[in-house]
Design a protein around this ligand. Structure first.
Ligand SMILES: [Zn+2]
Ligand SMILES: [Zn+2]
Length: 116
């Protein structure tokens, strides 16, 4: 394993303690492409970790937690036992739909609030 990868892993480990602010690192000039790549890698995983921390639950139409009955990403109804993820803005989506979306955009598909 290269030093860069260790560095990225170190950042990643810090990220689970919520102390990572990669923005500071990005603004530092670096001519080391491998290092930048590792930072990108760490940032992607950091985002994954943050997404996984958002609350989710198994959908059950008999225990309605909100008025939303369908996912605005795929426009399919929520079905029994599907995993639904609730963002900070209270909008709800299939976790598999919104997780993919958040990996690309990091904002709620409906109201553009940043949940991360
Ligand atoms: Zn969906
Ligand atoms: Zn929203």
């Amino acid at each position: 394993m290269s030093y860069d990868r260790y560095e990225a892993l170190y950042l990643l480990r810090n990220s689970s303690a919520q102390t990572l602010d990669i923005g500071d690192y990005e603004s530092e000039p670096s001519e080391n492409n491998a290092f930048q790549e590792c930072l990108n890698w760490a940032r992607r995983h950091w985002r994954c970790l943050q997404i996984k921390k958002l609350p989710s639950y198994r959908y059950n139409p008999e225990i309605r937690r909100s008025n939303q009955t369908f996912c605005s990403v795929c426009l399919e109804n929520f079905e029994l036992n599907q995993t639904v993820r609730k963002l900070g803005c209270s909008h709800e989506f299939h976790s598999q739909c919104v997780d993919k979306w958040l990996n690309l955009k990091a904002t709620c598909p409906l109201c553009r609030t940043a949940p991360l």
